[in-house]
Design a protein around this ligand. Structure first.
Ligand code: ZN
Length: 761
């Protein structure tokens, strides 16, 4: 057949829909018989056979189709394949022309493009007026058609809509319509780097992906633009941004409602096997563990138990010392299995060396009222505490320390003179010498009030708010906003008034952020019902005392700010120290003035390392030259990397602890040879009796060798016992106030651990 005739016959064979369908069918499915083709095209093999035979003949004559003699099946020629592809192409073009684009939606279905959905979304999500929504949707459709996009996703359509909104100057609508999420590249990077950044954990990878969305959500939707911008540009730092919209940072538990059976430990009673009100020490500790386990996802930082050894003292009746230790050992192993540092939240126990006056006549709970009053349990509480400290001092089966809980030993006036309490304290010093996991609370200072509790993120609450119960139990830091002090100093150019004015502005901004946090938590607890235990009603109020819970305002870079402003160092200039206390004093006064409408506390402690981020933003903003940019001082009022004598540190720290009632720590990092327990005891006694330090701890560095399972003190590159020098030597020290093995160190932890000064007492 001459070629122009062939073309003509191809074109005429395509002029019929049935013939086009036959080509597409065989191209899709491969060779098919006469009847198979008819069936697939829904034709009747009897009545339609004649007409169908005609169609097949035409396709064969146009050299698009051939039949195989042996199998009797029809197959496409090479020309036929090309023509079938051509038909698909024409159809795609027609579909696009008609607007029939297919879209992969966010609920993972594939649907034809539907302009109405854009109209609906604009009206539902951003309250765009209908007429405007119609016009925007039409424009979006036209532009997408022109582009001939092959793979259309709901996300892409949204980007188009947003671009059009921007072009039309409708930025406010765009703001609420935007999508939250991460670029594909970032998610890949997270997965690939997870094992190198910190302890490898799948949960952590999953969490990081979710963190990104919820942090953006906070910045875009929950906080006003002024606050979000202040965070983004580094004037302030919102701690726990990933969970800001979901949960508080801390809680100080009251275990009495759990022991009494008034509240199920998980808040619902559905997810946990529930004990009756426990009658034994095992039962009471089991209930305590349930409480800590189920609350671990309801705090960003840490949980603390107050009066641990007093509230549990009635349960040791009739038990011998070794029995108590054995029960406590099981409890602590369980606790350390759960709070292993991988997911971040930690636990602190506040323990007492005497029964505080306000508790003496309070009825014991949990033993059906048969327990009498707590005043009867002085001896028992100390016995329990001694056993507890003994067990914590023991290494585990592989010679490692039990790092949980962080123990806060509260030294009230009587403890330094009474015999039994002194024995208990002695055990605490031994624990300090062995593992360093203990903190000493100087409760003799008037500003510590009747009662004070610290949490393991070093936040602090005391009973000056209402009373010892409402002020310190079932409350927790809502969260922490950190003020970047050096930035303020750079902006103030040596002008005192401007410096103070700008601090006031940022305090106001921080207050607003924390007040929003409180509102958000109220929604999460009471209307979204996401935190069942917090909502549970105990004697007329919810378990978590939301309005009694403090927001924390902290700072970084105090010495850098003062040096920039005055040219003087806090360590050796009275004037510099005076300005520093004036700055922190202003924060303290501000928080006091805001009461009682809101409970705010100022703190020298951030909940997460913030200085690196803030300093790099100081550089990016042109406030600081890249060369001079080491991170500002955090977690201390004097730089920890420079050799300032311990005495000077003590003097400076003392000036600040009483005006940082939301958190502080005098972390005494000691060198080897480590002082004996007697030296630690004398030093602590002197601090308690003669200084204004409210919280101190001794930190000892040690190295654990996985190879021979032994501990050696100070950081080692080689095990002194077996000579092992591989990567299974684990270093331990306090970074940002809390012991962490080097396997779990992030970049900031590593820097903290390796660059900070050690002292001798
Ligand atoms: Zn070894």
């Amino acid at each position: 057949m001459p070629s122009n005739n062939l073309l003509e016959s191809i074109l005429s064979s395509l002029s019929n829909e049935v013939r086009a369908e036959v080509l597409k069918l065989i191209s899709r499915e491969g060779p098919l018989s006469f009847t198979e083709i008819m069936k697939s095209l829904d034709m009747n093999p009897k009545s339609d056979a004649g007409k169908f035979g005609y169609h097949l003949r035409m396709l064969t004559e146009a050299e698009l189709l051939r039949s195989d003699e042996s199998s009797g099946k029809y197959y496409l020629t090479l020309l036929g394949e090309d023509v079938a592809d051509f038909i698909y192409g024409v159809e795609d073009a027609v579909r696009r022309k008609k607007g029939e684009m297919l879209v992969r939606t966010s609920s993972l279905t594939i649907e034809p493009f539907d302009r109405k959905k854009i109209v609906d979304a604009l009206m539902r999500e951003a309250s765009v007026p209908r007429k405007l929504a119609e016009s925007i949707s039409k424009e979006t459709e036209d532009r997408l058609k022109k582009l001939q996009v092959r793979y259309l996703t709901a996300a892409l359509i949204r980007e188009f809509v947003n671009a059009i909104l921007l072009e039309k100057g409708l930025e406010e609508y765009r703001h609420v319509l935007t999508r939250l999420g991460q670029p594909v590249y970032d998610v890949t990077t997270t997965i690939k780097n997870a094992a190198f950044r910190e302890y490898p954990s799948l949960e952590r990878v999953h969490a990081l992906a979710g963190d990104a969305v919820l942090e953006e959500y906070m910045l875009l939707k929950v906080l006003p633009r002024t606050i979000a911008d202040a965070h983004l540009c580094g004037a302030i730092h919102l701690n726990n941004a990933n969970y800001w919209v979901l949960r508080p940072a801390d809680i100080q538990h009251d275990i009495r409602p759990i022991l009494e059976g008034k509240a199920p430990a998980d808040g619902t009673g559905l997810s946990l096997p529930a004990h009756f009100s426990p009658k034994t020490l095992q039962g009471a500790l089991y209930a305590t563990n349930c409480l800590l386990n189920s609350t671990s996802i309801c705090v960003s930082n840490s949980q603390s138990l107050g009066f641990f050894n007093i509230f549990l003292a009635p349960y040791i009746k009739g038990l011998k010392g070794n029995e108590i230790r054995s029960i406590l050992r099981d409890f602590l192993y369980d606790l350390n299995a759960k709070f292993n540092g991988i997911l971040g939240s930690t636990v602190a126990f506040n323990v007492e060396l005497e029964i505080p006056e306000f508790l003496e006549n309070v009825k014991c709970v949990g033993l059906d009222g048969a327990g009498g009053i707590y005043g009867d349990y002085y001896e028992a509480s100390l016995r329990l505490l001694e056993a507890f400290l003994d067990v914590l001092k023991e290494p585990d089966g592989a010679s490692k320390p039990l790092l949980n809980p962080a123990v806060f030993v509260k030294i009230r006036k009587k403890a330094l003179v009474t015999g039994t309490a002194k024995d208990c304290l002695k055990k605490a010093y031994r624990l300090a010498e062995k593992w360093g996991t203990v903190y000493f609370v100087n409760h003799t200072l008037p500003w510590q009030q009747d009662n004070v509790f610290y949490n393991s993120d070093l936040s602090r609450v005391d009973s000056s708010w209402k009373d010892w119960e409402s002020g310190t139990l079932r409350v927790g830091a809502l969260d922490n906003v950190t003020i970047n002090l050096p930035r303020i100093a750079y902006e103030s150019n040596g002008d005192d008034d401007r410096l103070m004015e700008r601090i006031r502005e940022l305090l106001e901004l921080s207050r607003e952020a924390l007040s929003i946090k409180r509102q958000i938590l109220e929604e999460r607890i009471f209307s979204d019902k996401l935190l069942p235990l917090y909502r549970e009603s105990i004697d007329g109020s919810s378990y978590f005392r939301l309005t009694d819970s403090p927001g924390i305002i902290s700072y970084v870079g105090l010495p850098e700010a003062v040096r920039h402003h005055t040219g003087l160092d806090m360590a050796d200039s009275e004037d510099a120290l005076k300005l520093a206390t004036k700055i922190v004093g202003l924060m303290d006064n501000y928080t006091a003035q805001v009461a009682p409408s809101m409970r705010l506390l100022s703190s020298s402690i951030t909940f997460e390392p913030a200085a690196r981020r803030l300093t790099s933003l100081d550089v990016a903003g042109g406030f600081l030259k890249p060369k001079s940019a080491s991170g500002s001082t955090e977690h201390s009022n004097l730089p920890l990397t420079t050799a300032i004598p311990l005495k000077t540190r003590l003097k400076v720290e003392e000036a600040f602890q009483q005006i940082t009632k939301g958190g502080h720590l005098f972390d005494i990092r000691l060198d080897e040879p480590f002082p004996t327990e007697d030296v630690l005891a004398n030093y602590t006694k002197r601090i308690v009796e003669t200084t204004g330090i409210g919280l101190l701890t001794f930190t000892r560095d040690y190295t654990y060798c996985w190879h021979c399972k032994s501990i050696s003190y100070r950081f080692r590159a080689k095990c002194p016992r077996c000579g092992y020098d591989g990567n299974r030597l684990v270093l331990y020290t306090k970074t940002f106030g809390k012991y962490k093995p080097s396997k779990m160190w992030g970049i900031d932890d590593r820097e903290f651990a390796t660059t900070h000064q050690r002292f001798k007492l």
